[in-house]
Write a protein that binds this ligand. Structure first.
Ligand SMILES: NC(=O)c1ccc[n+]([C@@H]2O[C@H](COP(=O)([O-])OP(=O)(O)OC[C@H]3O[C@@H](n4cnc5c(N)ncnc54)[C@H](OP(=O)(O)O)[C@@H]3O)[C@@H](O)[C@H]2O)c1
Length: 260
């Protein structure tokens, strides 16, 4: 865990010329990079020329994962920018200098999870990742939770562990609290509603127009959500912003990808 070295690495790869802002190079990491959202996040980070490397933290080797290898050969043809680190997320996750991190891990299909497993995968592991990131020197961090996240929300017999239900919202609220407890200089909490084009989202959401929904319940595609999360976080890094930012709803999260 070399936090100060990470800061040195970041500052050594940038320079300041009076009147000219030079973008800083950085190393990013992602937990959940094999998921439907995470793969899009990975693509968006790699599209940024300032990104030198992305560390993909995975619980399993990815050399035989055809989808992932296709992504690697397309997005990283030289094979030098994506590094896969295989580890149990409850063990040591990051030991490499890292500046920016993204957490998109979760039960894609929460209704099939037990209470304990949902808490572990969607809150405990993200909390541990945030702490590991802080130790590794991460200054800018983004976690995706969900609209309605609320630590005070409680178990509901009918919704059980399903998305949008009381327990799910509680778990997402716990994830946010544990993440903020890590005290990273800049933390962006993205709270989307329905993720379109995700294999886990019921198709019926494709037919619900955003125009009839409150902004916090608007939907967006996984690609637009990922682009928005990456752009907002990288902009904050490049402009040395600090603090906690929460953006709720698909339209507001994805719109930030085209804002200047
Ligand atoms: N669908 C929606 O409308 C919606 C809306 C708001 C928020 N969300 C949230 O979006 C999040 C992720 O969605 P997604 O579609 O990207 O999910 P996904 O495609 O199922 O991807 C989940 C990711 O988490 C990893 N993972 C799952 N269980 C793990 C475990 N026990 N240990 C280590 N890694 C584990 C997976 O790794 P492997 O590849 O190794 O399995 C994968 O990288 C979920 O938390 C969900 O609650 C969804």
């Amino acid at each position: 865990m070399l936090g100060s070295a990470a800061a040195a690495a970041a500052s050594s790869s940038s320079s300041v010329v009076p009147g000219v802002i030079v973008a800083k190079k950085y190393i990013a990491s992602i937990l959940g990079g094999t998921g439907s959202v995470g793969k899009n996040v990975l693509r968006s980070i790699l599209a940024d020329q300032q990104c030198e490397k992305v560390i993909v933290i995975s619980r399993r080797p990815l050399d035989k994962d055809d989808d992932f290898q296709k992504l690697v050969s397309f997005e990283d043809p030289t094979g030098t920018r994506i590094i896969v680190k295989v580890c149990d997320p409850l063990d040591e996750m990051i030991s490499t200098n890292t500046n920016i991190a993204f957490c998109t891990i979760g039960h894609g299909s929460s209704r099939n999870a037990t209470k304990d497993d949902l808490m572990k995968v969607d809150a405990t592991i993200p909390g541990k990742f945030a702490l590991a990131c802080k130790d590794a020197g991460v200054s800018h961090y983004c976690i995706m939770t969900a609209t309605g996240a609320d630590i005070n929300s409680s178990w509901n017999f009918f919704t059980r562990t399903g998305g949008g239900g009381g327990y799910y919202n509680h778990v997402k609220g716990v994830a946010e609290k544990l993440t903020l407890d890590a005290n990273i200089s800049y933390t962006y909490i993205a709270q989307p509603a329905a993720l379109l084009n995700s294999p886990h989202t019921p198709k019926v959401f494709d037919y619900v127009p955003n125009s009839i929904l409150p902004m916090k319940h608007t939907s967006a595609t996984i690609n637009d959500i990922a682009k928005g999360m990456v752009k907002t976080t990288i902009d904050a890094y490049q402009n040395n912003r600090t603090g906690v930012v929460r953006i709720t709803g698909g339209i507001p999260i994805s719109l930030s990808s085209s804002e200047e």
